[in-house]
Design a protein around this ligand. Structure first.
Ligand code: RP5
Length: 182
């Protein structure tokens, strides 16, 4: 993936039009108000060189667009979907229902009322046969890393980035311990 060409510099120094890279991850939120919570997720995908697409597909406000997006995601080459929603967090479950075979990671967003527990439980308590792989409330980092782990099964570049990430986190933790002892 890291080798995918995102844009090309022409020989005259004029920037050629960006070639659209096939996205492997679809990130959808129920509302524009959820988007700031996804920044950490987008950063990881950019750092890892994972092509992704993002969109707002509301299960309540735009159910037809949401259904169309989910139904066509697999045919369009999307390997995993992150669906983020808060409050009445139906989006990941509906996306999982319509996409049929694409893994869906549910990211509960803390709503304006409450701590997000209701959003979390609505994503974990799916009926048998329709799983939503759910991460913690507002934990966009784990949503991104979870998607990267799915892709790492068939992409060596993503696997190497992930292992580097884990090794860096270990080194940082050991360094924090060392500092604490001083
Ligand atoms: C959910 O309702 C969205 O995912 C969002 O978290 C929440 C509130 O949406 P807004 O009223 O801010 O658009 O569907």
């Amino acid at each position: 993936l890291a080798d995918e060409i995102r844009g090309k510099q022409s020989t005259r120094g004029i920037r050629a039009p960006k070639r659209k890279t096939q996205p492997f991850v679809g990130v959808v939120t129920g509302s524009i108000s959820d988007q700031p919570n996804l920044e950490a997720c987008y950063k990881i995908f950019n750092d890892f060189g994972i092509p992704f697409e993002k969109g707002i597909k509301s299960a309540h406000r735009t159910p037809d667009a949401m259904a169309e997006y989910a139904k066509t995601s697999g045919h369009r080459g999307i390997k995993v979907i992150i669906a983020a929603a808060g409050g009445a967090a139906h989006l990941p479950g509906m996306v999982a229902a319509f996409s049929k075979s694409v893994p869906v990671i549910g990211l509960p967003i803390k709503p304006t009322i409450g701590d997000g527990w209701d959003s979390l439980v609505s994503m974990t308590n799916m009926p048998r046969g329709c799983p939503v792989l759910t991460v913690g409330v507002n934990n966009a980092v784990n949503a991104a890393l979870g998607a990267a782990r799915i892709l790492a099964g068939w992409d060596e570049g993503v696997k190497a980035k992930l292992e580097g990430y884990v090794d860096n986190a270990a080194a940082e933790s050991l360094e924090n311990d060392r500092k604490l002892q001083q």
